[in-house]
Design a protein around this ligand. Structure first.
Ligand code: B12
Length: 271
């Protein structure tokens, strides 16, 4: 007989997740380091300091939570060709507008050869991931009488990278992202806080070793000691900041005009 946790992971995979795992619904030890790092974020990310108790413990966000189903959704495969995928959009600026993305630095996008990050080359992932998670939650409710849950992807006060690590979906790379052995870091994270008692998976061990390729690849020096200085991150300036990007950072944008993949392109686990 399949255990409840394995059956629930099967449902998540059937609904479109690339991988699924279970994390405990409990206070996060990592929250202390998170709150220290979050206190230093630039103005466009000040919201990260809101609702600290919910970020600290998912039970403060969904009180019935007994376990968290965490899923990853791959959005880039090693064989894919960036130039071809970009060409399919029919033009970066028009595509971003069509898919509801707000361009923060139009002058970068107007430059010849402007690039957009791989995650933005398809429909808004908040919509696609939420649709898959909602379908999974409905299927779980049908199979497990009394089951209740609450889905999250990106916008909820949930520390997704840490929950994904605890669910065994990968390790935290020096680029701060969740890196899976199978697909590297080109994946979205989403999940469902559930009122079901499920056995948690084993957290993944760090696999960066002495590799520092992502740190070296970042043209603005935003990565240091396992943390990101978002005020230097091109992704921050091109997707979140309300102000104009400082000229010194714009000069290092390496063509990226919406998001930035340089620290992921460098990661050997993504190849
Ligand atoms: C805010 C945010 C951003 C910000 C800040 C990024 C960041 N590093 O946190 C900006 C806008 C810059 C950003 C960029 C990107 N993002 Co973003 N982002 C988020 C969001 C909404 C919150 C993350 C957060 O809480 N950050 C705040 C910081 C303080 O948290 P932290 O990284 O966990 O902080 C840790 C480190 O600082 C470390 N630390 C601190 N001090 C020290 C000291 C030592 C010694 C060590 C070892 C560590 C350490 O510990 C802290 C706690 O774990 C999440 C979704 C979510 N709800 O979780 C998506 C999310 C993290 N982003 C995502 C993506 C895809 C990206 C981009 C790749 C998009 C792109 N291509 O442009 C880039 C990647 C940039 C990067 N290298 O991180 C995905 C990541 C998937 C994955 N594989 O991990 C997420 C999970 C969204 C999703 N649902 O899929 N993002």
């Amino acid at each position: 007989m399949v255990s409840a946790e394995n059956r629930i992971k099967e449902i998540a995979l059937a609904c479109g997740a690339s991988a699924a795992g279970v994390a405990p619904a409990a206070e996060l030890v990592e929250f202390k380091r998170f709150s220290e790092a979050a206190a230093a974020v630039p103005p466009g990310l000040a919201y990260l300091n809101r609702e600290p108790l919910r970020r600290k413990n998912i039970k403060n966000w969904f009180p019935a939570a007994e376990a968290v189903l965490v899923c990853s959704f791959r959005y880039w495969e090693p064989g894919m060709n960036y130039a071809e995928e970009l060409a399919k959009t029919g033009g970066a600026a028009a595509f971003l507008e069509r898919t509801g993305r707000k361009v923060k630095q139009p002058e970068l996008l107007a430059a010849p050869g402007a690039k957009i990050s791989r995650y933005a080359l398809s429909r808004d992932y908040h919509l696609t991931v939420k649709e898959k998670l909602s379908a999974a939650l409905e299927a779980i409710k049908k199979e497990f009488p009394g089951a209740e849950g609450k889905t999250f992807c990106d916008t909820s006060p949930v520390l997704e990278k840490e929950l994904a690590r605890l669910a065994g979906l990968g390790f935290r790379g020096k680029n701060t992202l969740l890196v899976s052995w199978e697909s590297g870091s080109y994946l979205f994270i989403g999940g469902i806080a559930l009122n079901l008692k499920l056995k948690p998976d084993t957290p993944a061990a760090d696999s960066c070793g002495s590799c520092e390729l992502c740190v070296k690849a970042c043209p603005t020096g935003a990565l240091k000691d396992g943390a990101l200085d978002a005020g230097l991150c091109l992704s921050y300036w091109t997707t979140q900041a309300k102000e104009k990007i400082p000229a010194a950072l714009a000069a290092k944008a390496s063509g990226y005009a919406y998001g930035c993949d340089l620290c992921q392109e460098a990661c050997p686990w993504g190849r």
